[in-house]
Design a protein around this ligand. Sequence first.
Ligand SMILES: *[C@@H]1O[C@H](CO)[C@@H](O)[C@H](O)[C@H]1NC(C)=O
Length: 516
Amino acid sequence: MLVSVILTLILISIFNTSNEVHSLNILGVFPYQGKSHFYVFEPYLKELARRGHNLTVISYFPQKEPLKNYHDISLAGKSIIFEGIVPFQKQSLLTNMLTSLGVSYVAIDNCNIMMDDEEVQDLWKRKMKFDVAVVEQFNGDCALGLAHILNTPVVGLTSHLLMPYHYDRYGISYNPSYIPFLLLDGSTKSTLMQRLSHTISHIYMKLIYQYLTQRYEYKIISKYVDNIPSLEELGRNIKFLLLYNNMMLTGSNILPANVIEVGGYHVSKPQPLRDDLLKFIEESEHGVIYVSFGSMLRTATMPKDKMQAILDALAELPQRVVWKWEAKSLPGKPKNIFISKWLPQNDLLAHPNVVAFYSHCGMLGTTEALYHGVPLVGMPMFADQFRNAAAMEESGFGVTVKLENLTKDNLLEKFKMVLDPKFRENVKLLSKAWHDRPKSAMDTAIHWTEFAAKYPTLTFRSPAADVPLYQYLCLDIIFILSTIPITIIYIVVVLYKTYFKSKSKQKSNEKKDKNM
Ligand SMILES: *[C@@H]1O[C@H](CO)[C@@H](O)[C@H](O)[C@H]1NC(C)=O
């Protein structure tokens, strides 16, 4: 009797441990105050807590209501939150270069604020133990320094595609002939001029990162702890990068085994719409176009003539329009437009009557549109919106229009293209394929996070990250291979020449002989 009870207990414990991950102590490090970034990470962090892991999250966005297993170390109030700060203006190589400097400045500031925080310092003073740290990979590597101090394996997260300085550390091949630049216009089939400016920007941003961002962050971290390895080296030890992308958006990429595409995990189950909005949408005869330029752009800075062109185009369409508009009123607002300062974007896009989305192509909105199969008219304005817009157009999710070329007529034409039933049908098909994965984006993200904690000694960095540059570019091979034929040609030429010389000597000798 007793034996069988013990046997059963042993069996239960074996089956229990075989596949289960015990509650992990997870540290989230998000020293950057961009709200749109945290909107992506938050559902993942909450889901980790919901699944029983113990979360400690450093960020500017503490939970408003206490959440089980979720502990905030709040940096709120220590820096301004970025919202509605970007004006509508044309971006160029130059503005992009200035923005990169700004982003570096912000990273250094972020690092100072985080390392100076007493609650953060308590983590190492009290020798807290974590199984894994999940850290944002965006504008800096301060979080890696902190994770190193706490001796914790790291999983990186992005809310966008790869930044230029992230290719090397994961050993991802960067080739501007077909890889577009995240922050500039251009698809996988860029023009020569585009490829040239992509290459210059890529190198420039890497230099800024190495010589400004990482250098100053290193100095800041060194104020608190001695002898940390270089931040780039710590970057190379990241276990997994959970990249906010999906092949349906950007097509095939060459990614190492430890860079995992998890685009889409932030999209939650749609909630019912509020009454006035629902009524407006349900009573539309020809469907609804949703317009939003996100949280960062200041709609009021839109040039007047462009604004008029948009209003005229929308007024001419039979569809109704729901527009996220920050100002109180919209002068000259056509009858078919519903404006509101805040709109539940995901719930709106989920409504079957919403037939198109006029968007700046931020990663959140673009992802939600793909998720619900709503075609996009993209008008990218800054940051990664150019890349997102080019990718979604290339993949058939929508079309793009540039602010500088925008007129009433070409905007109408773009809307006609995406409202065409054939186009919409294809977007629905692409959206279906987007959902068709062996594991949901959330399950995938959580799986590899738990994996990193379970096997902290395993790293799957691509060997490309460890190879010296000349070898990576095969310069040594090219050198040797090109020397062999050059040497052979040289020898042949020399032999030929000496042969001819001796021949002509012989001839001239013969001549001399004859003349004599
Ligand atoms: C969970 O995290 C909190 C604070 O971040 C810590 O105080 C607590 O001890 C942790 N709980 C467990 C069970 O490790």
